[in-house]
Design a protein around this ligand. Structure first.
Ligand code: ZN
Length: 353
């Protein structure tokens, strides 16, 4: 069962409602596990902790001033025989469509309360209270990156409690994770690009990696990327970090450059890292790619090819792995998921015919 813990930005709704910070009192009738949840929750004590967290999440304060989409999150952890119930919620700031998401808010509060080691060891689940019921979609890419850093994500459960029928749905976070070494390996000839075009993309990605800004980023995480659009243009970008840790993600950057030329439909993206490593494509960058690939779908173009390069240490051979953002970010959402007409209208006005 999928549900919607993420915090989508609803672009067209820009009306700010002041004073919506405190949630109204919720009735917390008895929760009941959905049948499909029982395979994940067999321990009655865990079930009780989940219900306790949902009761608390229902009361979590949020401030989604742009989207008006409340993400109320909670978890209960047992530490030295004592239950700690901790909540988090999303908060957006006006001006730019930026947000702190429910997942990152919650885990930050858990770390504040019990420290990072206990948070990593003891958080079993993140629970979300949803007024409108549990339907569709997983966490955004950025939240996936953070949860993979701060939790034992391989065992983490994602819980949604419906405010409508009080049924509790449970998924495994690991269902939303696709490691890069599982991207299928392909021969250059099977990629579906002319060889000279592929070679030009590879060269551009490798050259881009020589640039960028990597003051804090480990060498193997510093990426160069190149994007080919349906117009036949090639754009390039590299990661850039800074003292505020507001990382500029390379796939996001290359898509942003193409968009600045109204070149919205991307055919392929090539990603390169240090020799001897498979490039790690962050889930945040996968989110940018997924959003862009949803534009392709609108015009009947195929999904973007996501191609990662693996050079050997001597830089004498290159292996290719290829997937799509749809495959690499299971359970994703894009603006098209919520506002398909707004995306149609946007592309109608901005994209070159
Ligand atoms: Zn998120």
């Amino acid at each position: 069962m999928r549900y919607l813990p993420g915090a989508p930005i609803i672009l067209a709704v820009l009306v700010t409602i002041p004073g919506c910070a405190l949630p109204e009192k919720k009735t917390t009738e008895a929760w009941k596990l959905a049948d499909s949840a029982r395979e994940h929750v067999t321990d009655p004590a865990l079930e009780a902790r989940i219900f306790k967290a949902l009761d608390a999440a229902a009361m979590a304060g949020t401030d989604p001033s742009i989207s008006h989409f409340h993400v109320r999150a909670g978890t209960t952890i047992e530490l030295e025989g004592v239950d700690h119930t901790i909540v988090g919620g999303n908060s957006e700031w006006a001006g730019y469509p930026e947000a702190i998401h429910g997942e990152t808010s919650l885990m930050n509060h858990v770390i504040n309360t019990v420290g990072p080691d206990a948070a990593y060891r003891d958080v079993e689940f993140l629970a979300f209270y949803k007024d409108g019921g549990c339907r569709g979609g997983g966490s955004c890419g950025d939240c996936r990156d953070y949860l993979m850093t701060t939790t034992r994500w391989q065992d983490l459960l994602m819980v949604c409690g419906s405010g409508e029928d009080h049924l509790v749905h449970v998924s495994r976070f690991a269902e939303w994770v696709v490691p890069e070494d599982e991207f299928p390996e392909v021969d250059a000839d099977a990629i579906g690009l002319r060889r000279e075009t592929l070679d030009a993309l590879v060269e551009a990605a490798l050259e881009a990696r020589e640039g960028g800004v990597s003051l804090f980023t480990p060498a193997e995480e510093h990426l160069g990327v190149a994007a080919l659009t349906t117009e036949g243009e090639i754009y390039r970008a590299a990661g850039a970090d800074d003292a505020a840790f507001h990382y500029r993600y390379p796939l996001g950057a290359v898509l942003q450059q193409a968009a600045a030329y109204r070149d919205y439909f991307v055919e392929a993206i090539v990603v390169a890292t240090a020799p001897g490593h498979i490039p790690r494509v962050s889930y945040r960058d996968r989110q940018y790619g997924y959003e862009s690939s949803s534009f392709n779908a609108k015009r009947g173009h195929p999904p973007i090819k996501l191609i990662v390069l693996e050079q050997d240490l001597e830089e004498s051979t290159i292996r290719y792995r290829m997937t799509t953002f749809e495959e690499a970010l299971p359970g994703a959402f894009s603006t098209d998921s919520f506002m398909p007409e707004a995306v149609d209208q946007f592309l109608e006005q901005r994209a070159e015919p």
